[in-house]
Design a protein around this ligand. Structure first.
Ligand SMILES: CC(C)(COP(=O)(O)OP(=O)(O)OC[C@H]1O[C@@H](n2cnc3c(N)ncnc32)[C@H](O)[C@@H]1OP(=O)(O)O)[C@@H](O)C(=O)NCCC(=O)NCCS
Length: 254
C-alpha cells in the first residue's frame, strides 16, 4: 500500500507439499531454537522465487485470496503466505498442516499456542518475514513519489518535523522515520490504527539500534539493510535487539 493511502486510512487446508515437480521449493531446516529474547531472525524472499510453489493455505486464507481484485495480488498473497507458513513450520518443527495462524484484534497475524511472534512486510517484488520470541514488527518501503514534506507532516511530531526541516527534508529522511514508526506500530499490533504522530522517535540515523518508549513499553528499533532503494526497520519489544539475516530457503544465517 502506498504511503499516502496508508496515511489516508489512518485519517479516516493446509496441504503438505514442499515440492514442485521434481524440485525442492523450500528446504526444511529446523532453526537453532530456542531464540534468545532479543533475537530477531529476518528472511527476505523474492516473489519470483515463490510464485510457482504449491500453495499450503487454510480455508480462511483461501477465502481471503479469492477476494483480491487483481489476480497478481492474489497470486502474491498465496505465495507469500504459503512461504511464511513453511518458514514458521520449519522453525517451530510443527507440521505445516498443524500450524494454525490467527489474527489479532487489529489485524496482526499470530501463531497462537506457540512461543513465537512474527511479522511480514512486502513490496511488489519482495516479502520480508521477521520471527522472534517477543512481539516484533517489520516494515519495508520503497521511496514514494509524493512530496516528502507533505508526507512527513502527516507522520512526524512537532519536534521530529522541526529536526527534519533543520536537516533538510528528503524522501530518504521521510522513509527512515516512516519505516521506523510503522515497524514499532506493527510490533504493537495496532498498525496505522494508531496515529504515527502519537509516538515520538526523535532523530534517527545516528543511534542504531535505539531503544524507544511507546505505549508504556520499551521497544528496540534497528534499521536493516534492504535491496533496491528500499528502507527497512525492525522493532522488537524490550530493550535489546540482535538481528540475524537468514536465507529464505535454507534458513541458514547469511
Ligand atoms: C498493517 C499495516 C501497517 C500494513 O501496512 P503496509 O505498509 O500496507 O503493508 P506491509 O507490507 O508493511 O505489511 C503487511 C502485513 O502486515 C501484517 N499486518 C496486518 N495487520 C497488522 C497489524 N495490525 N499489526 C502488525 N502487522 C499487521 C500482515 O501480515 C500483512 O501482510 P499479509 O496481509 O500478507 O499477511 C496497515 O495496513 C495498517 O495499519 N492498517 C490498519 C490496520 C487495519 O486496517 N486493520 C484491519 C483489521 S481491523
Amino acid at each position: 500500500m502506498a504511503a499516502l493511502e496508508l496515511l489516508q486510512l489512518n485519517q479516516s487446508l493446509p496441504q503438505l507439499s514442499l515440492q514442485r515437480e521434481g524440485e525442492e521449493c523450500l528446504q526444511r531446516q529446523p532453526s537453532d531454537q530456542p531464540w534468545s529474547s532479543q533475537r530477531v531472525d529476518i528472511y527476505e524472499a523474492r516473489f519470483d522465487d515463490l510464485l510457482e510453489c504449491a500453495h499450503s493455505l487454510s480455508t480462511a486464507e483461501q477465502q481471503r485470496a479469492s477476494r483480491f481484485v487483481r489476480a497478481d495480488d492474489a497470486a502474491r498473497y498465496c505465495a507469500g503466505r504459503t512461504w511464511v507458513r513453511r518458514r514458521l513450520s520449519a522453525d517451530l518443527g510443527v507440521p505445516i498442516d498443524e500450524l494454525e495462524l490467527a489474527v489479532g484484534a487489529q489485524g496482526k497475524p499470530e501463531v497462537p499456542g506457540h512461543p513465537i511472534h512474527f511479522n511480514v512486510s512486502h513490496t511488489d517484488a519482495h516479502i520480508w518475514l521477521a520471527i522472534a520470541a517477543r512481539p516484533v514488527g517489520i516494515d519495508l518501503e520503497l521511496p514514494p513519489r509524493d512530496d516528502p514534506a507533505l508526507l512527513l507532516q502527516q507522520i512526524a511530531t512537532q519536534r521530529e518535523w522541526e529536526r527534519a526541516r533543520a536537516a533538510g527534508i528528503t524522501t530518504e529522511r521521510f522513509l527512515i522515520l516512516w519505516t521506523a514508526k510503522e515497524a514499532v506500530l506493527k510490533m504493537l499490533g495496532t498498525g496505522l490504527m494508531t496515529d504515527p504522530r502519537s509516538i515520538e522517535l526523535g532523530a534517527l540515523g545516528g543511534l542504531d539500534p535505539r531503544v524507544v518508549s511507546v505505549a508504556g513499553q520499551w521497544a528496540c528499533l534497528q534499521r536493516v539493510p534492504a535491496c533496491d532503494d528500499a528502507i527497512a526497520h525492525v522493532a522488537i519489544a524490550g530493550s535489546q535487539i540482535e538481528v540475524r539475516m537468514k536465507d529464505w530457503n535454507t534458513g541458514k544465517e547469511t
